[in-house]
Design a protein around this ligand. Structure first.
Ligand code: ADP
Ligand code: MN
Length: 258
């Protein structure tokens, strides 16, 4: 594969830079035959010109850095299609009317497609509401792959909030920005993230970007308010730990839903 090259190097501050000093085999190995075929089709359609390396390997998905010839950078999130990966997402899926007919519940390939499709839809809803998040386009459906805007520059992925080492002023601004985004997400998008924390927020050019929205639920989901409360706790804990004077969980929760 000429289009898939590079490897990954992580620095102490959590930035990730794809390099050419490649272990090509490592990148290729992680991508199964079927996925590779789809990536070739995308390559031929001009969705991207090269995959340069892996930004993140996770339990449920890997994220790769890709470029187009004119230098535009993309993040490509590929959901894993093996059986073991999806067992604990059930708590989000149940009760979401958009995905509740249960078809393919036991088919990991189908599940991977559903998570990818859900992530694309939710990202578009966030974007439409003016929440900072990666831009996606809807013309790639029925795949276990999410092609989105790369948050970062020149192969350097923006750090997660966890790794961003912000000044106290920036932290304070970040807190205000994220609680407003949480309110907008609830009020305008009618969604609860469900896994919001310093791990799923990127810090880029002075702003916070919400990512990883595949498990976000409609606010009619039977556990939506439980998930929202957890999101409030995780966000509050992070900023409190870093010295920001935060609202109580109750105040934050009420600010979001009222
Ligand atoms: P998961 O947590 O399910 O593995 P995420 O969507 O959180 O998947 O992505 C994993 C990591 O990949 C993120 O923490 C972030 O570092 C990186 N990442 C994901 N999407 C992007 C993006 N659009 N731009 C830059 N980096 C990204
Ligand atoms: Mn994540």
């Amino acid at each position: 594969i000429t289009a898939i090259r590079g490897s990954v190097r992580e620095s102490a501050i959590g930035k990730t830079k794809t390099t050419d000093k490649a272990d090509r085999a490592t990148v290729e190995q992680a991508i199964d035959q079927n996925t590779r075929k789809i990536l070739y089709k995308m390559l031929n359609k001009g969705v991207f010109d090269a995959i340069n390396g892996c930004i993140s390997t996770g339990k449920e998905a890997n994220v790769y850095h890709a470029t187009k010839s004119h230098g535009q950078e993309l993040a490509i999130k590929i959901y894993k299609t093996s059986v073991l990966e999806f067992k604990d997402k059930g708590r989000y899926m149940q009760g979401d009317y958009r995905y509740s007919n249960g078809c393919g519940k036991h088919n990991p390939r189908e599940m991977a497609r559903k998570w990818a499709e859900k992530e694309i839809r939710n990202l578009m809803r966030l974007k439409a509401a003016g929440i900072r998040c990666p831009t996606t386009s809807c013309n790639l459906r029925r795949l276990h792959i999410v092609v989105m805007e790369f948050i970062g520059k020149s192969g350097w992925a923006a750090p997660r909030l966890k790794d961003a080492a912000l000044s106290s002023d920036k932290l304070r601004e970040g807190y205000v920005e994220i609680i407003i985004a949480m309110r907008t997400l609830y009020q305008k998008c009618k969604l609860v993230h469900g896994d919001l924390s310093e791990y799923n927020i990127l810090y880029y050019e002075g702003h916070l970007y919400i990512i990883d929205v595949s498990q976000a639920v409609e606010h009619e989901h039977p556990h939506a308010l439980d998930f929202l409360r957890e999101d409030c706790v995780h966000v509050s804990d992070f900023f409190k730990k870093h010295g920001v004077a935060v609202m109580t969980i109750r105040e934050l929760f009420d600010f979001i839903v009222d």
